[in-house]
Design a protein around this ligand. Structure first.
Ligand code: PGA
Length: 256
């Protein structure tokens, strides 16, 4: 019922020429990619050339961020329309690196999410607890706060266009992955929280991706969990072979 999403978050990696090489390998060897929803999120500078190279392929592009104002004196920012014009259908919002390094808050996540929806982009809203928060038993309080703040005042109709990425901060780029039990528990609770904020039918429809050291060796197990509807892949998405293996795991999980 919920089509699996495999999204590659490149972060601040890949120049235009590196991006072109990576996409050429993906198109050549990716196989039946249309069986899942494959998304890549290059840096702003490479969005358009990746879009051009993907051509008629089923792979879509996402931006890694956007600003909520339409235009004006905001040096260094990129507007929703500018993002959309590159060919993006999706945008990642509130990644933990943006929260930790660039002052992103639940309130700015909400502004960006609302602006993305207004222009017709589908947001992937990232949430997740730090190790300290997990160790002190606050995981679900933190996730609930992030959902309440980040998704504030969204209509059910709009929420149905949003995906959530659950990315425990302690698992990002560390090689440490959440166990299946930890991932399923968090995803189930996130869906229950969504059902308390929006109609059940909407909560059932929202795709909840797992992120944090997803790789070929653990992708199938994670993607087969009942409430895990995809992956937001960082490091492993920079390597065509590994990313394709994760896509294949997604296709397998889709058929289970
Ligand atoms: P990782 O990053 O796969 O390198 O852990 C995931 C992410 O930050 O989206």
């Amino acid at each position: 019922m919920r089509k699996i999403i495999i999204a590659g978050n490149w972060k601040m990696n890949n120049t235009i020429s590196q991006a072109q090489d990576l996409m050429a390998a993906l198109i050549k060897n990716g196989g039946d990619m249309h069986k899942v929803e494959v998304i890549v999120a290059p840096p702003f500078t490479a969005l358009r050339s990746v879009y051009d190279i993907l051509g008629q392929s089923s792979v879509h592009i996402a931006a890694q961020n956007l600003f909520w104002e339409e235009s004006g004196a905001y040096t260094g920012e990129v507007s929703p329309m500018m993002v959309k014009e590159t060919g993006c259908k999706w945008v990642i919002i509130g990644h933990s690196e943006r929260r930790q390094l660039f002052g992103e808050t639940n309130d700015t996540v909400n502004k960006r999410t609302t602006a993305a929806l207004r222009i017709g982009l589908k947001p992937i809203v990232c949430i997740g607890e730090t190790l300290e928060e997990r160790d002190s038993g606050q995981t679900f309080e933190v996730l609930n706060r992030q959902l309440e703040g980040g998704l504030k005042d969204l209509t059910g109709e709009n929420m149905a266009k949003v995906s959530i990425a659950y990315e425990p901060v302690w698992a990002i780029g560390t090689g440490k992955t959440a166990t299946s039990a930890q991932a399923q528990e968090a995803h189930e609770k996130i869906r229950a929280k969504l059902a308390s904020m929006f109609p059940q039918g909407v909560a059932d429809k929202v795709r909840i991706l797992y992120g944090g050291s997803m790789k070929p060796s653990n992708a199938l197990e994670l993607l087969s969990l009942p409430d895990v509807d995809g992956g937001l892949v960082g490091g492993a998405s920079l390597n065509a072979h590994d990313f394709i293996e994760i896509i294949k795991a997604g296709i397998k999980a889709e058929q289970l």
